[in-house]
Write a protein that binds this ligand. Structure first.
Ligand SMILES: [Zn+2]
Length: 456
């Protein structure tokens, strides 16, 4: 008997949190769910250079859960390698992905240039992709409505469902041969500051569940209170408060809370700076997609007016040198690059300064080292003593914790035939696997990189 193929292959985010890519063979249709880049450790990043593991020509569509780099950042490479099909996602996801991919193209070019300068006689490295490749990928974007079933082939329908996490993010449901596949994407928080609550799947025969915080519960403490406390303490010292943050969402969340605190006179007036052109562009998306978040348009305008927004690099250097007390929001969130490094060069050795870490810090990043109590920090090849106060605002995660994940799957009454745990470090996945077994008596599988599972 000739069975029509029905399988999944894990091309990323298997026992790691980055590189999300899942290839589905659904009869004659090839679908890639997410197309993320690997980030973090050198060995992990090297996977971006490896062969994909499938033929690009076998992919008919790419579906995006959201615009983050670890879910969309490989698209320009895929297009460079010959992918000609449509890239589907919600309108805000595609707008965000455009900002992120253009920035990533520039970073890839710069990294290759820098590495070639270090090894002028060695083999010259080619950038994974460049700005032109990013531009080509963007031309293949095609948006679909959230919450509506869309038929993409005679026997495959898909639906994108609001998941919180970041602007535009969704889970993805796929119906094929009477089976429902549910890809969680990155699950948001139950009570997000800027976003609406997530929609829960009502059933799943095949479930892919992110488990970044699968073995943890976020602190109950309010982010606003914690931030207020740190700002007040820092004001007493007349110091500089540096909040390294992801340009997408975290920067806007922090802006919103700081603005609220100031408006409610819970903190004194202090100079507040957003030094991130990308975060400034993302603010525009909040203006353009009002249905996707909870900030009223007039509040958004007022919030923005309370910040000095720096776009030019020269102005950024100038601000680094300014000695007045201030609060700086700058990327990157894990201190792996970006403008925040210049501020750290100047302030990490200053006991009157405070650095507030505001999100998940992957193994191998400078942010992780700071959170783990490093005494020195290497920036641009030089070691700096860590004298500034380091605060870890764990409550600001954009990812569901154990309870949020359980809540998200609470309406699935029948155990899926397959539950795959993805997008987590191994320890957290094992923790969640045991938890899921204990609470719901569900079996789950933690796939290996490149593993193929027959779903028929
Ligand atoms: Zn994400």
């Amino acid at each position: 008997m000739n069975k029509s193929p029905f399988s999944i292959q894990f091309l990323g985010a298997a026992k790691t949190v980055t590189g999300s890519k899942f290839f589905l063979r659904l009869g004659s249709l090839g679908l890639l769910v997410d197309c993320g880049i690997f980030q973090g450790y050198r060995e992990i990043k090297k996977r971006n250079e490896d062969p994909l593991g499938i033929l690009v020509s076998d992919i008919d569509y790419v579906l995006l859960t959201h615009g983050h780099l670890d879910h969309a950042g490989y698209l320009p490479k895929l297009v460079k390698d010959g992918f000609k099909g449509k890239i589907l996602g919600t309108a805000p996801t595609l707008d965000l992905a455009e900002i992120i991919l253009m920035d990533s193209g520039k970073i890839q070019e710069e990294e290759a240039l820098r590495s070639n300068r270090f090894h002028p006689d060695g083999e010259q490295e080619e950038a994974l992709y460049n700005v032109d490749d990013a531009r080509h990928a963007i031309q293949q974007f095609s948006s679909i409505e959230e919450g509506e079933w869309v038929k993409i082939s005679p026997d495959v329908s898909i639906r994108l469902q609001y998941i919180g996490h970041i602007l535009g993010a969704t889970s993805i449901e796929i119906d094929f041969q009477g089976k429902r596949m549910v890809f969680s994407g990155d699950i948001g928080r139950e009570n997000d500051i800027l976003l609406h609550p997530f929609k829960k799947p009502e059933k799943a025969d095949i479930l892919l569940l992110e488990s970044t915080y699968g073995n943890r519960k976020h602190p109950q403490e309010s982010g606003k209170e914690a931030l207020k406390h740190v700002v007040l303490e820092n004001t007493k010292k007349q110091g500089t408060l540096i909040l390294p943050c992801f340009a997408v969402e975290r920067a806007q969340t922090l802006m919103f809370l700081l603005w609220q605190l100031m408006k409610e006179k819970q903190i004194p007036p202090i100079k507040m700076i957003l030094d991130s052109p990308m975060a400034a562009n993302v603010l525009d998306l909040f203006k353009n997609h009002p249905k996707w978040h909870e900030i009223a348009q007039k509040d958004l305008q007022d919030m923005i007016s309370h910040f000095t927004i720096i776009k030019k690099f020269k102005e950024s250097l100038h601000m680094v040198e300014s000695d007045e007390p201030k609060i700086i929001l700058a990327g990157s969130g894990m201190l792996s690059g970006g403008r925040v490094l210049r501020y750290l060069q100047k302030y990490i050795g200053d006991p009157d300064a405070t650095v507030g870490i505001t999100g998940f810090q992957a193994i191998g990043t400078k942010g992780r080292r700071l959170v783990e109590g490093a005494q020195t920090l290497r920036i641009y090849g030089r070691d700096y003593p860590v004298k500034a106060k380091i605060v870890n605002f764990e409550m600001f995660s954009a990812h569901a914790d154990q309870d949020d994940i359980m809540d998200w799957i609470s309406e699935i009454k029948i155990q899926p035939a397959f539950t795959f745990l993805i997008h987590g470090e191994e320890e957290s996945m094992l923790g969640f696997q045991a938890f899921l077994k204990e609470k719901k008596n569900w079996e789950s599988h933690i796939p290996e990189h490149h593993e193929i599972v027959d779903l028929s």
